[in-house]
Ligand binder design. Structure first.
Ligand SMILES: [Ca+2]
Ligand SMILES: [Ca+2]
Length: 204
């Protein structure tokens, strides 16, 4: 059954989009969010795992910014996801110097509960006093120099969770670092860690 997914504007500056399992495509084409890019500002950023473990079947963290996309709806090795049964984790993106960030776009694809995205996004420019670059779970990043930017949730209200998802957070300001605090989409079983295919950062 075809479902109509509306463009959701849950907060200023955040846009979500969704292709159902039947409309998902290899190009990650969406109505309201640009397709993933190969040469965005994230392409040369340094990625560091702060907390949690990637799943044994996951790609390396670098797959988030390599411009390559899975060609199939269930392609573990082309996505980054945290260990099955875990509640997710945290990783950091470092641009080397502060950049003016127009958009952070996250893309995911899975036929079931590993499709939707649920994460908190923080940013820092590096000049904050007492900035802790590696806050583990249990430490609020906002308490150690990070600025809370957004809670991104593309969880649907019931129905199938599968498909391709894109989220776009806009107008973040000037930052050197981004911190992604990534959560499972469900706790019914061990398979709720999102298959993240790509993260683009568009600078102004
Ligand atoms: Ca990219
Ligand atoms: Ca990728």
């Amino acid at each position: 059954m075809a479902k109509i997914f509306l463009l959701l504007l849950l907060a200023p500056g955040i846009v979500f989009d969704h292709n159902t399992n039947s409309t998902a495509n290899r190009e990650f084409k969406f109505k309201n969010i640009a397709s993933p890019s190969k040469d965005d500002a994230a392409a040369h950023a340094k990625l560091t795992l702060i907390d949690g473990d990637l799943d044994g079947g996951s790609a390396e963290l670098a797959a988030l910014t390599d411009g390559r996309l899975p060609r199939d709806e269930d392609e573990p090795g082309s996505n980054v996801y945290f260990r099955a049964g875990s509640s997710g984790g945290r990783f950091r993106m470092d641009f080397g110097t502060p950049i003016d960030i127009a958009q952070v776009n996250t893309y995911s694809w899975h036929p079931s509960s590993r499709g939707p995205q649920l994460y908190k996004l923080y940013a820092a420019d590096g000049s904050e006093p007492k900035l802790n670059l590696d806050p583990k779970r249990g430490v609020d990043p906002a308490s150690c120099g990070w600025k809370f930017i957004a809670l991104v949730s593309t969880l649907p209200d019931g129905g199938t969770m599968g498909g391709q998802y894109a989220a776009s957070v806009n107008d973040l300001g000037k930052h050197r670092y981004l911190l992604f605090d990534v959560y499972v989409t469900e706790l019914y079983d061990n398979w709720g860690n999102t298959f993240y295919s790509e993260i683009d950062v568009i600078s102004k």
